[in-house]
Structures are given as C-alpha cells and as structure tokens.
Ligand binder design. Sequence first.
Ligand SMILES: [Zn+2]
Ligand SMILES: [Zn+2]
Length: 174
Amino acid sequence: MSNIEENRTAQKHKLHKIATDWRSTLRNAHIRVTSQRLAVLSTLEAYPHSSAGEIIGYVNAGERENLTTQGTYVILQQLEQHGLVRRVSLPDSASVRWETRVADNHHHVQCVVCGRVEDVDCVVGHAPCLTPADTHDMEIFEAQIVFRGLCKECKAKIESGAIRKEDLPYLVAQ
Ligand SMILES: [Zn+2]
Ligand SMILES: [Zn+2]
C-alpha cells in the first residue's frame, strides 16, 4: 500500500458518530424504510464524501447488508431526488462523491495530493455567497466552490522526500 493510500485509509477510518435518525427521516420523506437505504444513509453520514464504490465497500465489509453496484446507484439517486443526499463533483476525484449534509450551501477544501476532502462553511454566510460579474440573465441560487490545496501530512511528506515533488504534476506547474 502506498503512502497516499495509507493516508487516505487512515483518514477514512476516523470514527464518526451517527447522529441522525434515518428511519424517521425516510418516513417523513415518504420513502419506504429498507435496511439497504438505512445502510447507505448511515454509512454516508459516518464517511462523508464517499463514492458509491466506497459506500458499498464499507457496508459490505461490515456484513450488515449486501449492496450491489446497481442497487446502490438507484438508492443514491432516489435519496437525492428527495433531498436527503447531495452529490459532490470534485476536480481531484475520479468518481462522484456523496454526502448527507444538504441544503446548507457549504463548500469543500481538497488536498490535491491525497484527495482528502473536508467541509467548509459558506464563504459569506448565505447562498449564493458569490456573485458572478455576468449572470448571462440567469437567476443565481448557489455557488459551488472547491478550495484546492496541500494538507499538512502531504506537505510533510514532500518536505521529507517521502513523496517526490516531480511526481506531482499539479504542484510542479505552480
Ligand atoms: Zn494530502
Ligand atoms: Zn461536504
């Protein structure tokens, strides 16, 4: 396992608390409560910004459910339609990621080396926190901002030579 993968795994296994009563949330949204839907929602709350593949990995590793790829996509799309999850597309991620923190117009900060993603609160307080110079006659309701940077761990690895700066095209271009 490479340093980058180790870092990502360690970060992913941080303990998160499940605070939401997903049974009631599903009932209130008039979606039938199923163990698969509950597994997807609680896993996503514990591991925010996971891809569908990662969600399946966490759920199936815990032997709580046996999620299929197709089934998981259907569940995520359905939950998205009801506003219970939100998809996050980030420049340094190969696949779409998902989160249960919805409707608060928060933004993301991402390490360009290990891909770690964290939430950051809305830049100015309420949506849309930025106004474009030209709206092209569109009514603007939100701005999605991704701050891209270098995390402390990756910075230390570059400084110690554990990661070669030459192997990081994005940083070399700076
Ligand atoms: Zn990093
Ligand atoms: Zn987020």
